[in-house]
Design a protein around this ligand. Structure first.
Ligand code: A2P
Length: 336
């Protein structure tokens, strides 16, 4: 790829799109030219990049002429329709939606885990599910040390994972409650303010949600571990930003706590904050806007053979989306 590519952000006005633009700037990605694309509703809106205003344009079938690299985050429907057109126009796509993740011809990449898979792309590289990416940041180094068999996990997922409308819903409902007004609801099936909702994404016939099964399906592909099993309950919580995941993992080999600590403290993109005596562990309010994920609450699992429990928190707009996408893009522009 061109060393200074013409980059397009598709869904530039969305919760993830805005973070993509900020991340390109923060990491000094070698953007030659920038094009911001969204729906007709946003045409003319201005967004800042490196101190300059860029005017948002409408996404059309012709948008990708002359573009080298497109970061997509406008939902699965838009990706399915427009990513193939972008590839036809000679563009490489990093797609944040679930549209292509399980396609065997499309690499699904967390750079700290399987960055080398980027090289096999045929035009599209998929960015994983946010909860899966954050979990793997801690699970994969442990897998390398002890060999993971399966995990049981519960997620505590922030509303920004649903997008800009859900951020507004939590803000509005909190204000309505404080002012003793009737609570209105548009995005979630129940009030999210002062509540938790055990549903993220739609239900499958098994009783799990689609989001819950992403951990096993995407985890297998990213870790190159077809026997990996994951039973997950995904829960939406009234947190603006950063997902938390409580994990009980069972390994092939006995876990030595001190080895687990050493492995996690050296893992790239991960920090270990774990000192119960000082009440030190990660919480979403502190981890929000951090590039690194943070793991804590390490303990040997009292109910599993060779088991370890941990609590991992990550900003799902960053490591779970925009940062991971830009890290993939960095591999594309690296000299071979
Ligand atoms: P817009 O702001 O113009 O609606 P979020 O996940 O935060 O809701 O953001 C979704 C992103 O996807 C926004 O940038 C949104 O643009 C964009 N988007 C949604 N529908 C379309 C569409 N039909 N064409 C292009 N972009 C779209």
């Amino acid at each position: 790829m061109n060393a200074k590519p013409h980059v397009a952000v598709v869904g530039a006005t969305g919760a993830v799109g805005i973070e993509m633009i900020k991340t390109l700037e923060k990491r000094s990605f070698p953007v030659g030219k920038l094009t911001l694309l969204a729906s007709a509703r946003s045409v003319g809106k201005r967004l800042r990049f490196r101190g300059e205003d860029y005017v948002v344009q409408e996404l059309t079938r012709e948008s990708f002429r002359g573009i080298d690299l497109a970061l997509f985050s406008a939902g699965g429907g838009i990706s399915k329709e427009y990513a193939p057109l972008a590839v036809q126009a000679g563009c490489v796509v990093v797609d944040n939606s679930s549209a292509f993740r399980m396609d065997p011809a499309v690499p699904l990449v967390v750079p700290e885990v399987n960055g080398a898979d980027v090289a096999a792309h045929k035009g599209i590289i998929a960015n994983p599910n946010c909860t899966t990416a954050i979990t793997l940041m801690a699970l994969y180094p442990l897998h390398q040390a002890f060999g993971v068999k399966r995990i049981l996990a519960s997620s505590y997922q922030a509303v920004s994972g649903t997008g800009a409308k859900a951020i507004e819903e939590l803000r509005r409902q909190s204000e309505q409650i404080v002012h003793r007004q009737a609570v209105t609801r548009e995005v979630y099936p129940y009030q999210i303010a002062f509540n938790v909702i055990p549903q993220v994404d739609s239900f499958l016939s098994s009783g799990y949600t689609k989001e819950e099964m992403k951990m096993e399906n995407e985890g297998r592909k990213i870790m190159h571990h077809p026997e990996f099993r994951a039973s997950v309950t995904c829960v939406r919580v009234p947190v603006y930003r950063a997902h938390s995941v409580a994990v009980s993992a069972e390994f092939e080999r006995p876990v030595v706590l001190e080895v687990a600590r050493a492995v996690l403290s050296r893992a790239p993109g991960l920090e270990l904050w774990d000192d119960p005596a000082k009440q030190l562990y990660p919480v979403p309010m502190v981890v929000a806007e951090m590039d690194n994920c943070v793991v804590g609450r390490l303990r040997l699992d009292c109910a599993l053979e060779n088991g370890l429990c941990f609590w991992v928190v990550g900003d799902q707009l960053l490591k779970g989306a925009a940062l991971n996408a830009v890290q993939i893009a960095e591999r594309l522009v690296e000299p071979a």
